[in-house]
Design a protein around this ligand. Structure first.
Ligand SMILES: *Cc1c(COP(=O)(O)O)cnc(C)c1O
Length: 228
C-alpha cells in the first residue's frame, strides 16, 4: 500500500466511525505521526493531501522540519523537557503533552517572546502507569486552573496515551473517562479554557476513540508502516 492509499483508507474508516457515532467527520482531525520517518515520506503524505503532522522527539523534529517542502502544520505529541521548549517556539501549532506547571511556564515564556499564544492539551495518565507521563486524573482540574493564568498558552482540551491492549475494545473505558473528565472540567467554566479537543486514539484503536469522542487521532504506523 502507498501512503496515499493508507491515508485514503484511514479517512474512510474515520468517516464510517463518525457515522456510527452520529458525529460530523469534520470534527475529527487526523494527526499523521511522522516520528522516525524521513522528510521525503512526509512530503509524500503532504502531497496526498495530509496537512497535519505529529512529532514526538524535539531533536529529530528540528533536524528534519526544514527539509519538508510543503507548508505542513505540526503538533508536538511526545514527552517534553522544559529545556527543549525553545526549539519548538513558533514551529508547532499545538503541544499535546503538557502535564506539569513548570513545563507550561516555560512554554508561556517562549511564546511570550513571539507575542503569541500556542494551543496546548493537558496529558492525563489514566492508567496510573509509572512509565507514562501525564497528570493524575484527580489533579487535572487544578493543573488546568493554573495554566489558565498563563497568557501565552490556550488550553484546548485533554490528551491520553492509555495502556496498550491487543483488543481495542478494552481501551474504550479509558477513552470514555477522558471524555468525562473533559466534560467535568468544562463544567467549571474556567475563563480562557476550552475543552473542545480530545486527543486520543492511535493506529490500532482510533475507531474506538472516535466513537468515544476523539477530535484528534494520532496515527503513525497505519500511514507510514512500522517504525524501525
Ligand atoms: C508514536 C505515537 C503515536 C502513533 O502510534 P501508532 O501506533 O504508530 O499509530 C501516537 N501518539 C503518540 C504520543 C506517539 O508517540
Amino acid at each position: 500500500m502507498t501512503i496515499a492509499a493508507n491515508l485514503h483508507a484511514i479517512q474512510a474508516e474515520i468517516t464510517a466511525a463518525c457515522r456510527r457515532a452520529n458525529r460530523d467527520p469534520r470534527q475529527v482531525r487526523l494527526v499523521a505521526v511522522s516520528k522516525t520517518k524521513p522528510a521525503a515520506l512526509i512530503d509524500e503524505a503532504h502531497a496526498a493531501g495530509q496537512p497535519l503532522f505529529g512529532e514526538s522527539y524535539v531533536q529529530e523534529f528540528i533536524d528534519k522540519v526544514d527539509a519538508v517542502r510543503g507548508a505542513a502544520d505540526w503538533h508536538f505529541i511526545g514527552h517534553l523537557q522544559s529545556n527543549k521548549v525553545k526549539y519548538l517556539r513558533g514551529r508547532v501549532g499545538m503541544i499535546h503533552s503538557v502535564d506539569r506547571l513548570s513545563l507550561a511556564e516555560e512554554i508561556n515564556r517562549q511564546w511570550a517572546r513571539l507575542g503569541r499564544a500556542v494551543d496546548v492539551l493537558v496529558q492525563v495518565n489514566l492508567g496510573d502507569e509509572d512509565s507514562k507521563s501525564g497528570v493524575a486524573p484527580d489533579d487535572a482540574v487544578d493543573l488546568v486552573r493554573a495554566l489558565a493564568a498563563l497568557p501565552h498558552l490556550r488550553v484546548r482540551g485533554l490528551m491520553c496515551l492509555p495502556p496498550f491492549f491487543d483488543d481495542a475494545e478494552q481501551v474504550r473505558p479509558f477513552f470514555r473517562r477522558l471524555r468525562e473528565l473533559a466534560a467535568a472540567i468544562a463544567a467549571q467554566r474556567i475563563p480562557g479554557v476550552s475543552m473542545d479537543e480530545l486527543s486520543m486514539g492511535m493506529s490500532h484503536d482510533f475507531v474506538v476513540a472516535i466513537e468515544e469522542g476523539a477530535t484528534l487521532v494520532r496515527i503513525g504506523t497505519a500511514i507510514f508502516g512500522e517504525r524501525a
